[in-house]
Ligand binder design. Sequence first.
Ligand code: HEC
Length: 129
Amino acid sequence: MKMRPLILALMSLFTASALADTPQQILAVYQQQAGQASATRGEAFFHAKITRDGQTESCASCHTDNPKAIGKTRAHKRIEPLAPVANRDRLTDPAKVEKWFRRNCKDVLARECSAQEKADFVAFLISVK
Ligand code: HEC
């Protein structure tokens, strides 16, 4: 009966990258795809204003200029802060992170974000103290 904890421990080692559950693990997965992340680039990406069809958009337009602040959607629904230091649920669910990158990048950039942009953005959020 001593085998069971050992097997569970080994299984969790092998699935760690698929089941990333800390901001650092999520960053590590994006860095595997993209290479070294830059928090400085991620910060610039967050504030960048993109004008398309006469509309100016940015990530900060919903999330505010401060990743520790509460944001709101266009329909004025509350968005909890993005930075893990202000909201411990952030960057803990890789499927959720992917889903919202897909949606928000299409919304702001009219395309999906690259692995590099995601790595940089996650590194920026982690760097917020
Ligand atoms: C139209 C409003 C809006 C814009 C613009 C927007 N977001 Fe979001 N974002 C949301 C909402 C709504 C959620 C999900 C609600 C929540 O988790 O609180 C969310 C969640 C996220 C999450 C999920 C994080 C987690 O772990 O829960 C990430 C990452 C994210 N946004 C990144 C971005 C980036 C990068 C941009 C710019 C390319 C951006 N957002 C622009 C509204 C927006």
